[in-house]
Write a protein that binds this ligand. Structure first.
Ligand SMILES: [Zn+2]
Length: 186
């Protein structure tokens, strides 16, 4: 009888962990892989996530993903992910590869080659507009998804690692976001 009970508990645990696995894998990522702004890498160590802001300021829809990518291609920069206003997560570069998003910058522990050890995420906001709720939700999910794969030491803003040059992410309540990130699990 006890054996049978144990069996059901094990079965229940397996089912629950299965569901959790499904939940984390259910993150929908839209493929927008680019051919610029990154270098191929093998076995790099990822321990930082850097959050940025971007928009298209070359005319036309400022939140059009293709126009944003066109702009990136002109500057030969990228990010691993861009999050659209509707919460769509676009992937530009494989996580294993080095994306050029941080520029001249340094981590709190003094390391300066930030691109080599980080994943860069751009959220589409402008100088006057804040992230939408859907963007914030998507960013939380994406960072949790990343944290399951790597031991992340830092989740920082671009402005934290390049304070003289950079002010992004713009119009984001970072303290509130970090609190949410630390409180939420999924
Ligand atoms: Zn930035």
């Amino acid at each position: 009888m006890i054996m049978k009970y144990c069996f059901y508990i094990i079965l229940l645990n397996l089912t629950l962990s299965g569901l959790q696995g499904f939940a984390s894998d259910s993150l929908i990522i839209t493929n927008k892989k680019v051919s610029f702004g990154y270098s191929v890498s093998q076995n790099r160590n990822v321990d930082a996530v850097i959050v940025h802001s971007t928009f298209n300021n070359s005319g036309g829809d400022k939140y059009d993903i293709d126009l944003v990518l066109k702009q990136f291609s002109q500057y030969k920069v990228s990010a691993h992910y861009v999050i659209g206003r509707d919460g769509t997560i676009y992937q530009l570069v494989d996580e294993k590869d080095v994306s050029y998003h941080a520029g001249k910058s340094s981590l709190p522990d003094g390391r300066t080659n930030v691109n080599s050890c980080s994943i860069g995420i751009e959220i589409m906001t402008s100088y006057t507009e804040a992230p939408t709720e859907k963007q914030t939700e998507a960013l939380l999910k994406l960072i949790h998804h990343i944290k399951k794969k790597y031991t992340i030491k830092y989740v920082l803003r671009h402005s934290d690692i390049a304070p003289v040059r950079k002010t992004d992410p713009w119009n984001m309540n970072w303290d509130a976001f970090k609190l949410k990130l630390n409180e939420s699990k999924e």
